[in-house]
Each structure stands twice: as C-alpha cells, then as structure tokens.
Write a protein that binds this ligand. Structure first.
Ligand code: ACO
Length: 427
C-alpha cells in the first residue's frame, strides 16, 4: 500500500483529504472509510462497479490484460500442471502443498466424504424435477444443523478439517442430488479414488452397469474445476463475504453463495449457453438472428456466455477451455456439433461493432458446457459443477474475511421515498 498520498475532495468549498491506497499489482483506490464521519456524504455505486469492498491476498485479476492468478500463480500454469485438490490447498493456505501436506489433505478429504446417514432422508422431500442447484444449496444449509459450531471461533482452531469436510461432502451431496433426480440408487464415496474420480464414480456407477473411471475424463474435470476455483469479488463470493460478515455458520454461508451462483447472469449461464446453442441449431443455424436479438434493446435476450464485469478482453479461462476443447473431444473420441456452432457464433459476435464497442468477449461459461457434455455431465448439473469448483475460493474468502477483524457488511442508501406523512384510517 502506498503511504502519504492523498486525493483532494472539495465539497461546498471545503477541502478533505482522501488517502490513496495501492495494491501489490499497482491497483489504486481512494480510501473513503472516513467519508461520512468527516463530510456527512456517502457514495452511490449501484452494482458496485467502482467499489473495492476489501483487501485480499487470494486472487489477482487484470481485466484489461486478461490476467488471472491464484495466490500469484497464473491460472494457465495451474491448469496445465496442478490438480484441483492442490489448487484448493493453494487457495486455502496461500502456498502449494508439499507431498506430506497433500497426503494429509487428501486423507482428510477421504475421512470426511460420507454424509451423516440421516441426511439421505432429506433428499426424499424434493419435488421431481427440482433443479440440482437448489437441492444443493438446501442440503448445504442442512449440513449446518449437523455441524452447528462451525463458526469463527472453532475455525481458528481447525480450518483444515472444516474446509476438507465441506469440500468433500459437497461433492457427495452433488452426486446424490443427481442420482435422486434420475431415480437411481445413490453410490457411496470410495477411499481408493481421487477427488474427481470419486465424484464421477458416484455420479455414473450403477448396480447394473459399473462405471470405469477414465483418466482422460478425470483430467478434463480437474481442469474445469481449477479454472472455476476462485474469481475474487464476484457476485457469489461477495454474497459469501456479506453473509459471513454476520458471523454465520460456514455451511449456511456457503449455501447462500450457491444460491447466488445459480442465477443465469452468474454461474447459471453455462447451462443457458447450451440451451441457446441448441435453439440456434434448431433455427437452421441462423446466427445472425440471435446476434441481432442480443443487440436489440427491446429484447431481454443476451448472448449467454458473453460479456463480463471485469474482463474487457478475452476471459483467460475461456481461452484455456476453447484451446483444450478440441483436444479433449478428440482424446475422448467424441464430436460435438455445438462446438463448431459456438465458434461460429463467437466469430460473428467478435466482428460486430456492438460487441467490439462494449468489449464483449466469451466468458468462462461460453465453452465449458461443451466439455461437460463430452464427459457425460447432464446439463442441469453444469452449474453444480461450477459450485464444486468455486468452493475452495468461497472458503478462502470466508476465512480471510473472518481473520481480518472485518466489520459486518451493511451498505447505506439514498432514500427517495415519501417524506413524513401520517396514518389515515381507510374510509
Ligand atoms: N449480450 C448482449 N449485450 C450485452 C451482453 C450480452 N451477453 N453483456 C453485456 N451487454 C451489453 C449491455 O446491454 C450493455 O449495453 P449498453 O451499454 O448499451 O446498455 C453493455 O453491454 C454493458 O453491460 P452491463 O450489463 O452494464 O455489464 P455488467 O458488467 O453489469 O454485466 C454480465 C456483466 C452480467 C456478465 C453481462 O455481460 C451479461 O449479462 N452476460 C450474459 C450472461 C453471462 O454470460 N453471465 C456469466 C458471466 S461470467 C460469470 O459470472 C461466471
């Protein structure tokens, strides 16, 4: 942080000094924490376009240059060399694990992979066709009743155990939710399988057809989960920080994050992209019609998987997924006509002035569904996969926030309603 730099704010001829703060990558901000106390004014910033809500050491994004780093390490390097579990450890602990640390973390994940058996009954109450994201957020909240004491004080003692339990059990919950939705018996986790292999086995193994875990599929899943593992102050992480700031139980807090992620403008976009591509396919590949609709201000339609609050260039995660799509599809010996169509749509949008002027590029959700489809993940589980990936990031932010003496999140507002008026009995 820079010291002794100030910006001058003049209100009604009176001058105030606002400290300038600077991050380790040169990002600058005005510290307005004393603004209301000193001036009586607040700031208005709907959607928080210009608001830095915290200091954080977890993830760095340069949206203009398309840079994404977890704890300083470029996401490209992690995607190529790391596993999801190593990445989760990195996010939670700030450094890559050595061999004994990784082994201990994996053992903790295994030891905590089973759900309390009573949790199984909860699944019976959901209506048929319930979206797995809503089942997931409900079930994670239900976990808080089994582990009511996972709060700030207990976690200071053992964040490792609570994080491992959550990361492991949410994976089990996600697979159970899927099995429930298709009416098949649930499959329990196995200690002999790695994190991703275990998830795939719980999803696809069945009493009549044993599932063979393919190393190619495990690799592809690791890649996708790594790319989703954190993204600094996005909508769901901000939700986690906001709910957590009231010192809410970790599980209940993460459940709120899952709910935020489910929205079509956030994580839910990955499912919407496939839906959109299928509609374009059905319209005899009329790409232009869909581009025109996305540009039409009288239409609510948006090109799903396009645009980003922070990236004003190509989303580095989308670049990695696009680059590996063909490779993964060919290694899995499968083809997807939606991939060619997605590339056609992207090319058309990137040549269009509307998208050029607004810096709208494919985001992480644009191509991820193509890989999920190739490895057999059903469409209504796409956003659940995003949640599995994002979990270590959410926990890391929760932990960082609570260990930094953070105040409860409580923005102010400018009231624009009625001024004082009085109750009148209706005649
Ligand atoms: N299609 C068409 N127009 C778009 C799109 C899009 N996908 N995205 C943004 N725009 C336009 C807006 O209409 C607006 O135009 P205007 O200046 O003429 O009013 C301009 O671009 C800026 O868009 P905003 O909505 O102000 O940008 P914001 O930062 O608030 O929204 C968001 C970002 C929500 C991601 C937006 O780009 C969008 O809706 N994209 C489609 C949904 C999507 O893919 N979401 C996933 C995002 S990544 C993630 O959360 C994991």
């Amino acid at each position: 942080m820079s010291e002794n730099k100030y910006a001058e704010l003049i209100i009604d001829g009176k001058s105030y000094q606002l400290p300038v703060v600077e991050g380790s990558e040169g990002e600058k901000a005005l510290d307005i924490s004393g603004l209301r106390k000193n001036t009586g004014f607040i700031t208005i910033d709907p959607g928080f376009f210009n608001t830095g809500a915290c200091y954080s050491t977890i993830t760095f994004i340069d949206g203009e240059k398309g840079i994404l780093r977890y704890r300083g390490i470029p996401v490209e390097e992690l995607a190529e060399k790391a596993t999801f579990i190593e990445t989760a450890y990195l996010l939670l602990h700030g450094k890559m694990p050595n061999k004994p640390q990784l082994q201990a973390f994996s053992q903790l994940l295994n030891a905590n992979s089973m759900l309390h058996e009573d949790m199984r009954h909860f699944f019976d109450g959901f209506p048929r066709g319930a979206h797995p994201m809503h089942i997931l957020s409900t079930m994670i909240n239900a976990l808080s009743t089994f582990y009511p004491n996972v709060d700030l004080l207990s976690l200071k003692e053992d964040i490792n155990l609570s994080a491992a339990r959550l990361i492991s059990q949410v994976r089990t919950l996600a697979a159970f939710a899927y099995k429930k939705s298709i009416g098949e018996p649930i499959v329990y986790p196995r200690h002999d399988l790695s994190y991703c292999a275990n998830f795939l086995n719980m999803m696809f193994d069945s009493p009549v057809q044993p599932y063979e875990v393919s190393p190619e599929v495990v690799k592809a899943l690791n890649l996708l989960l790594i790319l989703h593992a954190d993204h600094e102050q996005n909508c769901s992480t901000t939700t986690v920080r906001t709910v957590g700031s009231a010192q809410v139980n970790l599980y209940a807090t993460i459940s709120a994050g899952v709910s935020a992620l489910s929205g079509p403008l956030h994580g839910g976009a990955n499912q919407e992209v496939i839906d959109m591509l299928r509609k374009i396919m059905r319209s005899e590949r009329d790409v232009k019609k869909f581009i025109d609709r996305a540009k039409d201000k009288n239409s609510a339609f948006r090109l799903m998987g396009f645009g980003h609050r922070v990236y004003k260039t190509y989303d580095p995660r989308a670049a990695i997924i696009k680059k590996t799509c063909h490779d993964i599809l060919s290694r899995l010996k499968t083809d997807d006509p939606l991939l060619e169509l997605a590339m056609e749509l992207e090319a058309a949008a990137l040549q269009d002035d509307y998208f050029i002027e607004r810096n709208l590029y494919p985001n992480v959700d644009f191509y991820s569904g193509i890989i999920y489809r190739a490895i057999g993940i059903p469409e209504n589980m796409f956003t659940v996969m995003f949640a599995l990936g994002r979990l270590p990031g959410w926990i890391a932010h929760w932990q960082e926030m609570l260990t930094k003496d953070t105040k409860i999140c409580r923005p102010r507002q400018i009231y624009t309603g009625h001024t004082l008026r009085h109750y009148e009995k209706s005649s």
